[in-house]
Write a protein that binds this ligand. Structure first.
Ligand code: ADP
Length: 164
């Protein structure tokens, strides 16, 4: 049976930390699907469509990855529809661990057949979050090193268009 994993997230924006996790996670499965979820509790930098396009471009070098927009439905429901038997998530810190463990337990309750696979964040990126980068970008700080080049360019373009 084909091993399929779903990596769900809001990826607003996709960071170098996410890319690192995806590059390390993809070889573990036959297919890794990046599910771009709409997180209603967060302010979105890009629309769902923009994110799918930009993330697909940023991950073009990873052969077995596919990026899909996620409807507002449960992760376990989306995984089932995609034929995924695994969820992939990252852990940056003890704080992430506690949050991720609760999500894992709840997902396990909702669908016991779905296994969550965790990778520890690369130490180089373990302190980065999309929300922190957004905050710094908002105040004009330089976060180029933490973003895939096409995503950085898209952000600058959006910021310039907004300012003019
Ligand atoms: P969500 O809003 O669903 O948490 P995120 O895009 O913030 O979506 O995160 C998706 C997943 O990526 C989470 O498992 C998170 O722990 C992981 N992640 C986020 N930033 C990093 C990073 N810098 N390095 C490794 N994993 C990360």
């Amino acid at each position: 049976m084909k091993k399929i994993a779903l990596f769900p997230g809001s990826f607003d924006p996709l960071t170098a930390g996410h890319v690192d996790l995806i590059e390390r996670g993809a070889p573990l499965f036959d297919e890794l699907i990046i599910g771009v979820f709409v997180n209603t509790s967060k302010v979105n930098f890009f629309t769902g469509g923009e994110k799918v396009e930009l993330i697909t471009e940023a991950l073009a070098h990873v052969p077995n990855v596919r990026v899909v927009a996620q409807e507002t439905e449960l992760t376990v429901t989306a995984a089932k529809k995609m034929g995924a038997q695994f969820l992939l998530r990252g852990i940056r810190s003890v704080k992430d661990y506690e949050y991720e463990r609760d999500i894992m337990e709840m997902n396990h309750h909702l669908d016991p057949t779905l296994e969550t696979v965790f990778l520890l964040a690369n130490a180089k990126y373990s302190y980065i979050s999309s929300s922190m980068l957004k905050e710094i970008l908002h105040f004009g700080g330089d976060v180029k090193a933490y973003l895939p080049p096409n995503i950085y360019q898209a952000i600058v373009k959006k910021r310039d268009a907004h300012e003019s």
